[in-house]
Design a protein around this ligand. Structure first.
Ligand code: NAD
Length: 349
């Protein structure tokens, strides 16, 4: 029998820790809000140094999802779930099934997508037991939404170019991408055809070689990314790239990429403004995936790819308006984005 322990957290609608000895499940469900319903957010499967760090990660990511949905005008709340793996513990069918049973107890308040450590195959195992899986196609199979995220990042970069250089063209601009994975590779392809010069890094050598061959990208080692001289820096790997110690090293004019939680802490947004670097807030520029998963119950992608593209395109104008507002108010773009998202969320209180 699984044990469910509610955790009281200010500002969060529901946080539950679940343990099940038989399947070795140790999970946290963090629902930032449940109005509007449902809450969406990925399932992260990872080892953590401690249970507290997993909880902090879940809370931070869940809140970020609420802001992302609000800014994108999507009628969803934010949530996140984490399966905490013990060192050496493997994902098993039983583990994912136990997670799915726990997901069912939330009665559709939360739909889980994929995230770090969870794959489409995992989502399909969860679907055997639970209907509460986000981003399904017409065949009820979880699909990859990264092409929409990549397109949104590309449009977001055009907004950076428009604001900084008075033209959305990225031709002859130098763009450095950290992480040539699902999103980074597709973004690189858009940029290549737009005439940009690419610099890429990834911890996986085969991916950068592919970008070198297909997009004439220059390869750098991951530890040189932050100080690489370029027009726009695109973090598309993990969070926390922009922090107190890395901001003084930056040699770019704009930052826009797919990674979640790019700023290690809120003050980093103001530090970027003071350094004269235009930052596209992560949850604004990377909302394409969420927008494309907008009907968690059925067939978003196959029904309306054209409409989805139209909605993802709006990231361009949303960012331009945001930049103007931040300039007018003399505040960081990240703070301006939070203010807008919070005002939108207040409608549901
Ligand atoms: P992915 O796992 O396919 O790609 C990430 C890539 O980054 C991998 O190739 C990995 O080898 C590389 N990487 C990891 N650490 C690195 C480092 N220190 N330096 C350089 N490269 C490194 O993931 P993805 O789906 O492309 O997502 C990328 C980021 O965007 C993630 O932070 C994800 O949370 C975020 N995001 C993705 C989507 C989506 O639709 N996939 C939507 C919103 C946000």
């Amino acid at each position: 029998m699984a044990t469910f322990t509610p955790i009281k957290v200010d500002g969060f609608r529901k946080v539950v820790e679940v343990t099940d000895a038989k399947s070795e499940l140790h999970a946290i469900f963090a629902l930032h809000r449940t109005n509007p319903k449902p809450a969406l957010g990925g399932l992260r499967i990872a080892t953590y140094p401690s249970r507290e760090e997993a909880l902090i990660d879940a809370l931070r990511l869940a809140k970020g999802m609420s802001y992302k949905a609000a800014f994108a005008d999507m009628p969803y709340s934010g949530a996140k779930s984490i399966i905490i793996l013990k060192p050496g513990q493997k994902k098993t069918h039983a583990l994912l099934t136990a997670y799915a049973h726990a997901l069912n107890t939330l009665d559709g308040d939360y739909f889980a997508g994929t995230d770090l450590g969870s794959t489409i195959d995992d989502a399909n195992i969860i679907l055997e037991t639970s209907p509460y899986v986000a981003g399904l196609n017409a065949q009820n199979i979880r699909v990859d939404h990264s092409k929409y995220t990549a397109w949104g990042c590309f449009r977001g970069m055009q907004a950076i170019a428009q604001h900084l250089w008075n033209s959305p063209s990225l031709e002859n601009k130098t763009i450095a991408i950290q992480g040539i994975g699902n999103v980074g590779y597709k973004l690189a392809e858009h940029l290549f055809w737009a005439g940009a010069h690419l610099i890429v890094c990834d911890t996986d050598n085969s991916l950068v070689r592919k970008a070198e061959e297909n997009f004439a990208a220059k390869i750098i080692s991951p530890d040189r990314f932050i100080e690489c001289e370029c027009d726009i820096l695109a973090p598309c790997a993990t969070g926390g790239t922009i922090r107190d110690t890395t901001i003084p090293l930056l040699q770019c004019q704009g930052i826009g990429g797919a990674a979640n939680n790019q700023l290690e802490k809120p003050e980093n947004g103001e530090q970027l403004r003071e350094a004269g670097i235009l930052y596209a807030p992560d949850y604004v520029i990377n909302a394409g995936g969420l927008i494309s998963a907008r009907k968690p119950f059925s067939t978003a992608e196959s029904v309306s790819a054209r409409k989805t593209r139209f909605m993802v395109d709006a990231i361009y104008s949303k960012l331009l308006n945001l930049y103007e507002q931040a300039d007018d108010e003399g505040i960081a773009t990240s703070i301006a984005a939070d203010n807008i998202a919070e005002a939108k969320l207040a409608q549901y209180d």
